[in-house]
Ligand binder design. Sequence first.
Ligand SMILES: [Zn+2]
Length: 58
Amino acid sequence: MSERAAPFFCPYCGDEDLRPHEAGHGAWECAACNRAFQLKFLGLLARGLAKEVPGART
Ligand SMILES: [Zn+2]
């Protein structure tokens, strides 16, 4: 299970016709605008996974 979730829309033109790019993991190409791009995980945010509790005061 090394497959990551695929993007639903092209970040440049918004089209849904995306397919894996030959560059490898996280690389996608858009058939509509002919762009190739890469998704990269940058890391977790410093604020962590704080869960908001309804009604709780912060
Ligand atoms: Zn596009």
